[in-house]
Structures are given as structure tokens and as C-alpha cells.
Design a binder for this molecule. Structure first.
Ligand code: FAD
Length: 387
């Protein structure tokens, strides 16, 4: 196992760090609290080519290796995790289109998705089904050369900007097992009957919208069926979540890094009883604990990412990294808050945002509890070896 970044990755990380320090860190607190959409940051990410992270070079993308992909989400989340959401579901969707799209679908969408001219997301979850995706109710019936979609999707990140939005549907609601009747349809913005009905209020993860989407008799041409063959939607969605888990693990590392940075500064600057609070052993214990958790999460995330670059199927490894790193982000944010005392509870300090953003990492791309089950089953079946 070799965890050294190569020169190219180091240079890429330095460019990202510079961008985050100049364009995100100075505005994150104000913009997050005011609910302002981070338009200028989106433009900056376009300039850096970040919307093309998961797009193959032949379509104008960066086709970044998975470690560089992780570095992107880590650095951006160090600045403001909500921004990573804008790029996260976009990248998952690009990855899915590049891997499973027909030649026509790839040629039509990927070049514009790579530049950010078009943006996208992914619509799987429904009011009554999140983990249990086979329980979705959104259905698409075939009428001539069209599909007619009806249903409601919930928590859809980037819903107001996605064009197209891949939507998981049942093309055969009677299929058994249910996943054999599930497909993904690419719905373009502005299609009649497609409506973003609300922005869901949330604890953190601000800067990007999470929406309820209602589809009422939405008609799309049959050519919008991802991959052109019905019944593959569940597998197409699940395979793209593999990178999604690396993305969440890396975001967790970014949150933990910021918690560490803020806690270290504060421990040096804040005085009590005539000395810096960092002189107190109790504060030192917490600081050391944050550093240990952060570095372990980072190594595990890079390890899982580098396994993917070796061409190995790595859902177990990415699941392990996502579980571990997200738990560390939560613990580090809480400890950094404690080190800040009362100011940790103030909206004037960065740590309260970290504390609100961290919990989502244990929910998104599979809850940690569900993933623990997935990892354990893979281990018991001998599909992954730990030694
Ligand atoms: C801010 C935000 C943004 C999101 N963005 C998107 C998006 O862009 N696109 C999208 O499609 N979805 C999105 N989601 C949805 C997210 O993926 C789901 O919330 C998540 O998959 C969990 O589903 P659920 O909320 O329905 O919880 P449920 O599946 O109802 O789970 C509830 C509880 O039951 C447990 N549980 C469920 N099944 C099992 C099981 N088999 N074994 C053990 N425990 C189980 C879970 O661990 C959890 O504790 C977003 C969610 C949030 C909060």
C-alpha cells in the first residue's frame, strides 16, 4: 500500500487549496447564513474544469483519477461542505452517464456537463423510500415512442439546475424481484409536468438546494432511457454510488481538517487562567484525538480511492472508508466545538457550521448502519479480504 500522492496529484491539490482559500473560505459563513446561492463559486469551479471530474477526456472532461476526485471533495469541504454538494451529485450522474449511457446520450450531454454549461444531479429517493429503492412508486409507462412518468422524488440535490436529471422509475411495476423492472430516464429541464415543488428546510448542507420534485404525466422520448435497455436502472444507480461513497468519505475528511485547523488556532489564541487553553492537558487530549481521527480517515479514504484506480471493484472498501470517515467528521466537529467553549455555539465562528454539516455524512450515499450490513455481508461472502 502506497499512500504518497504523485506530483500531479500534489499540484492539483495545491491549485484546489488556493482556490478554496481565496474563493470559498472568506465568504462561506456569510453566504451560508444568508442562504445566498454561491453563483461565483460555481463559476470558479467551471473555470477549474471541476464539473468534468468524472467525464472522460474524449468528451472534454478531466477524467480525474479517484484519488484526485477525493482531493477535490476534501478541499472544497474544508472550505464549505455545501459547495461539495453542487459538484457531488453532478459527478455521480456524469459517472453513470459515461459508464452506462448510449453513444448518443454520451455525445449529447457529456461535453456540456464537462464544462458546467449543463449541470445534473440524481433522483432516486422518494417520500416513502430511500434505502429501500426497490420500494419506489414513480412509474413510467411506454406509449408509442415515449415514456409517461408519474411520481414524486424527495431530497433531490441540484434539482433546480439539473438538465438532464436522471430519474429512477419503475418501467415494469409488476416485476419480481422489483429491481428487474426498474430503469433510469433522463428528464430535461422544462419538460411539461416536471415541477420542483419545494426546497426542503435543513440543518446544514446549505448553498445547494435539496428539493421535492413532482412528475405529472411527464413525457420523454424513449431515447432518454439510460443505456437504451429497460430493467437496468437499479444496477446503474448502485454502481455510480461506489464513487459517491468516496466523495462522501472525502467530504468528511475536509470537515475534520477544518475542525482541526479551527481547534488548533483557538487553542493557541484563547487564554484562561493566564495561559493559552492549549496548555491545559484536557484540551491537548481533545486536539490530539482530532488529529488522530482526521489522519486515519484521510488514509482510509485515499486507500479506498487508490484501490479503485487499480481497477479493482471496491464497494466494500469505499463503504468502509465512508463509514469510518463520516463518524470521524462528526466526532472531530463536536470536539472542535467543545474546545471553543461558548463561542463554539456562536454563528460568528466556523465550527458551528461544521457541527451542522457533519451529520449528513453518516446519512448520504447509504446510511452508515445500512453500509455496515453491506460490508459485513461482503466479508462473510469472501468478496473482500481484510489483512
Ligand atoms: C440533504 C440531503 C440530500 C440528499 N440528496 C439526495 C439526492 O440528490 N438524490 C437522492 O436520490 N437522494 C438524496 N438524499 C436522500 C438520501 O440518500 C436518503 O435520505 C438516504 O438514502 C436514507 O434514506 P431515507 O431517508 O429514506 O431513510 P430510511 O431508508 O427510511 O432509513 C431510516 C432508518 O432506518 C435504517 N434502515 C433502513 N433500512 C435498513 C436496513 N435494511 N438495515 C438496517 N437499517 C435500515 C436507516 O439506517 C435509518 O437509520 C438526500 C438526503 C439528504 C438529507
Amino acid at each position: 500500500m502506497d499512500f504518497q500522492l504523485n506530483d500531479e496529484q500534489r499540484l492539483f491539490r495545491d491549485t484546489l487549496r488556493d482556490f478554496v482559500d481565496k474563493e470559498i473560505v472568506p465568504v462561506a459563513r456569510d453566504w451560508e447564513q444568508s442562504g445566498r446561492y454561491p453563483t461565483e463559486i460555481v463559476e470558479g469551479m467551471k473555470q477549474l474544469g471541476l464539473f468534468g471530474l468524472a467525464v472522460p477526456e474524449e468528451f472534454g472532461g478531466l477524467a480525474a483519477d479517484t484519488v484526485s476526485f477525493a482531493l477535490t471533495f476534501e478541499e472544497i469541504s474544508r472550505g464549505w461542505m455545501g459547495i461539495a454538494g453542487i459538484l457531488g451529485s453532478h459527478s455521480v450522474s456524469c459517472f453513470m452517464l459515461a459508464r452506462h449511457g448510449t453513444e448518443d446520450q454520451k455525445a449529447r450531454y457529456l461535453p456540456d456537463l464537462a464544462t458546467g454549461k449543463r449541470r445534473t444531479g440524481i433522483a432516486l429517493t422518494e417520500p416513502g423510500a430511500g434505502t429501500d429503492l426497490q420500494g419506489i412508486r414513480t412509474a413510467a409507462r411506454k406509449e408509442g415512442d415515449e415514456y409517461v412518468i408519474n411520481g414524486t422524488k424527495m431530497w433531490i440535490t441540484n434539482a433546480r439546475y439539473a438538465d438532464p436529471l436522471p430519474v429512477l422509475v419503475k418501467t415494469d411495476p409488476t416485476a419480481s424481484p422489483a429491481h428487474k423492472g426498474m430503469s433510469i430516464l433522463l428528464v430535461e429541464a422544462g419538460t411539461p409536468g416536471f415541477e420542483v415543488t419545494q426546497d426542503i428546510g435543513k440543518l446544514g448542507y446549505k448553498g445547494t438546494e435539496s428539493c421535492e420534485v413532482v412528475l405529472t404525466d411527464v413525457r420523454v422520448p424513449a431515447s432518454q432511457l439510460l443505456g437504451g435497455i429497460e430493467g437496468r436502472g437499479m444496477q446503474q444507480a448502485l454502481s455510480s454510488l461506489e464513487t459517491g461513497r468516496i466523495n462522501i468519505a472525502a467530504r468528511s475528511v475536509g470537515i475534520a481538517q477544518r475542525a482541526y485547523d479551527e481547534a488548533l488556532n483557538y487553542a493557541r489564541e484563547r487564554t484562561a487562567f493566564g495561559q493559552a487553553i492549549g496548555e491545559f492537558q484536557a484540551v491537548q487530549m481533545r486536539l490530539a484525538e482530532i488529529a488522530v481521527r482526521l489522519q486515519a480517515a484521510r488514509l482510509m479514504t485515499y486507500w479506498a480511492a487508490s484501490r479503485m484506480d487499480d481497477g479493482v471493484r471496491m464497494d466494500t472498501e469505499s463503504g468502509m472508508a465512508k463509514i469510518f470517515a463520516s463518524e470521524q467528521a462528526l466526532a472531530c466537529a463536536t470536539d472542535a466545538m467543545r474546545i471553543h467553549g461558548g463561542y463554539g455555539y456562536s454563528t460568528e465562528f466556523e465550527v458551528e457550521r461544521l457541527y451542522r454539516d457533519a451529520p449528513l455524512m453518516s446519512i448520504g450515499e447509504g446510511t452508515n448502519d445500512v453500509l455496515r450490513g453491506v460490508v459485513a455481508k461482503a466479508l462473510l461472502a469472501g468478496k473482500a479480504t481484510i489483512r
